[in-house]
Design a protein around this ligand. Structure first.
Ligand code: DGL
Length: 261
């Protein structure tokens, strides 16, 4: 079991933002990544569709043989209770909430995510339990995840959509200093967001998620002792992954297009 890879899944390239801290926090672990770029954006889909496709990705990774799965996608993690797996599933939303609990000092918080994540109410519900006095302001973007997945080098389009997503939040509550990037695609454009909103502290839940995975592997003596390999599967064209891999400076062994049926 210990020498099996860790599975990471996402609707597209977004989960590469979890692979990035993996390479620092758990540098010896093998990874099998699955990104369903063909069917993304999941954030504009119904709960039934999200659960149906996410379950297929979980089954795919389990068939390959993995010892744990990071649900790197917030939209998918919003419905973790409807998913089943024989190995432990790690929700990025739970990691995001834990990070807020541990690191945010103020009473105001902004969250940007997909429409499906915002509409599910998952962040507000979880935060109301652990930080009941926190004023949480959310906004979603219909188009930003898709632009990041396949048109990231279109800078003007990126900037326009970042502003459209964040401006209503900081206008509604000018006290906001911390912003949760509640969509795994958003940390890929951290520099662009920082450029437009330099005073905001951006929270990437993937870092906490990988730390939680490390705690689990350490506690269960599941750390890899064999040679590590990093394999990426996508349902769309492999070149769509190139920009994100380059930006995140990832080291990959194999990148392959596959079908998810
Ligand atoms: N990666 C997904 C997330 O973290 C969203 C992208 C999509 O809409 O497919 O929510």
């Amino acid at each position: 079991m210990k020498n099996l890879p860790v599975g990471i899944l996402d609707s597209g390239v977004g989960g590469l933002t979890a692979l990035s801290p993996m390479q620092e926090i758990l540098p010896d672990e093998s990874v099998i990544y699955f990104g369903d770029s063909l069917r993304m954006p999941y954030g504009n889909r119904t709960k039934e569709e999200i659960v149906f496709y996410a379950q297929k990705m979980i089954d795919y990774l389990e068939n390959k043989g993995v010892k744990a799965i990071l649900l790197a996608c917030n939209t998918i993690s919003s419905h973790i209770d409807s998913l089943h797996s024989n190995v432990k599933l790690f929700s990025i939303v739970q990691a995001g909430v834990e990070e807020v609990k541990q690191s945010v000092k103020g009473d105001s918080l902004g969250i940007i995510a997909t429409c499906a994540t915002v509409n599910s109410g998952v962040y507000e519900n979880a935060l109301s339990e652990v930080c009941p006095d926190m004023k949480v302001t959310l906004n979603s973007s219909i188009s930003l995840p898709k632009i990041i997945d396949s048109q990231m080098e279109n800078e003007p389009l990126l900037r326009e959509n970042i502003k459209e997503c964040i401006e209503p939040i900081v206008t509604k509550d000018p006290a906001i200093k911390d912003l949760v990037l509640g969509c795994s695609h958003f940390p890929i454009i951290k520099n662009e967001i920082n450029g437009l909103y330099p005073k905001l502290n951006l929270i990437d839940p993937a870092i906490r998620q990988v730390k939680m995975l490390k705690e689990y592997l350490d506690a269960n003596e599941l750390n890899n002792k064999s040679k590590k390999t990093i394999t990426l599967y996508t349902t769309a064209e492999t070149y769509e992954f190139a920009a994100a891999i380059k930006r995140l400076k990832l080291e990959i062994d194999t990148l392959m297009k596959v079908e998810l049926i």
